[in-house]
Design a protein around this ligand. Structure first.
Ligand code: SF4
Ligand code: SF4
Length: 354
């Protein structure tokens, strides 16, 4: 695929051209952090030096999403029938997501786009959206993307990869969808074969800056129940306050709850993000809660990310190493430490601990 050079002066013009044919989303600063928002009225993406606090997950998989409308008014011919909510077909483009967040899109897709069943909301959104990543030349100290199967220049799930280079921006078309976006922006005039080598060299430099790591090589080989019954879970979970921050900020957490909201005789069935860290997440209709204890919930989060997902999909851990949960956990629970404990599980020591 071709690589184009965009002079800085052409960046803003291109974004404005794109606004004619795409609904644009990008990182913007709000108070003291960045998050992804619609870019309206000529607003440009404000690419932060490091990761946004919230990932792009909310754009592709909204925190609260209407699924169906219905009427409870028996005078309506279609009362008590679920009707699809109107779907916005406008092509969308997300400009400036980090490659680790794009990797998370590929990762979540394994759950939402299975062979036998597909999530229509996810599929329709992804089909309509062009993902434009921005390579990461200054990974933050807690990023461990390279050992989590990702990287600061990864192209997985991206349609275009952008990278700063000598005062200009390089744009690599990764897919045909990406080529179409580059053409729509008018950035398709400076193709140069040597720029692919520039990107490759910058990639190597950026990867070398990612010094934090996570150990995962032995996870698949461990017995699931041995990990489940390991003696370290009480210690790992002791300080957790079950706030759910780690799961809401995580680009790879996908759990949701479905609830009906009614106003008079009008109703909507909504799906809302949920979190395995919340005490009522697994409560049954009988009132029984199989994860009523904090230790059970913390164990579930790490077992899902680092063992169940690994075994089910055989494509690595359910984590791209973005570092958000490490940075924002109010009690400093660190997935890198927990992965290390799980990876180095010592069955002899566990037997002595019983
Ligand atoms: S952010 Fe930390 S304290 Fe909050 S639920 Fe996650 S692990 Fe527990
Ligand atoms: S588990 Fe933590 S480091 Fe991994 S993708 Fe989620 S928020 Fe990022």
């Amino acid at each position: 695929m071709k690589v184009f050079k965009i002079e800085k002066a052409e960046w803003e013009n291109g974004i404005n051209r794109l606004a004619d044919s795409y609904a644009l989303f990008g990182p913007v600063r709000e108070q003291d952090f960045h998050l992804f928002k619609p870019l309206k009225n000529g607003r440009l993406p404000d690419i932060p030096p490091q990761n946004t606090r919230m990932s792009v997950k909310d754009v592709l998989y909204p925190q609260t999403q209407p699924m169906f409308d219905y009427s409870l008014d028996e005078n309506d011919a279609d009362h008590h029938q679920l009707k699809d909510v109107p779907w916005d077909e406008t092509p969308k483009a997300v400009i400036g997501m980090r490659p680790c967040d794009a990797d998370a899109v590929a990762l979540v897709g394994r759950n939402f786009v299975a062979k036998d069943i597909q999530d229509p909301y996810w599929v329709r959104t992804l089909e309509a959206t062009t993902l434009v990543g921005y390579a990461c030349d200054n990974p933050c100290p807690v990023c461990f993307c390279t050992s989590a199967g990702s990287g600061p220049y990864n192209e997985a799930a991206l349609d275009v990869l952008l990278a700063d280079s000598d005062g200009a921006i390089l744009a690599k078309a990764v897919t045909e969808k990406g080529e179409r976006l580059i053409a729509a922006a008018g950035w398709d005039t400076g193709a140069d074969d040597s720029l692919a080598e520039t990107i490759a060299a910058q990639k190597e430099t950026a990867e070398a800056k990612v010094t934090a790591q996570v150990s995962t090589d032995k996870l698949a080989g461990h017995d699931t129940m041995a990990l489940y019954n390991a003696s370290f879970w009480e210690d790992v979970s002791f300080s957790c306050i079950n706030c759910g921050t780690c799961t809401f900020l995580c680009p790879t957490c996908w759990c949701f709850d479905i609830q009906d909201e009614t106003h008079g005789t009008k109703g909507q069935r909504m799906r809302n993000w949920d979190s395995c860290m919340f005490p009522i997440f697994t409560i049954h209709g009988t009132g029984h809660n199989p994860r009523g204890l904090k230790v059970q919930r913390v164990r579930q989060r790490f077992m899902h990310k680092l063992k169940y997902y690994v075994d089910k999909y055989e494509s690595g851990i359910q984590c791209v190493g973005c570092g958000r949960c490490v940075t924002y956990c109010p009690v400093n629970i660190d997935i890198r430490r927990v992965a290390g404990l799980m990876n180095e599980l010592d069955l002899d020591a566990e037997a002595c601990a019983i």
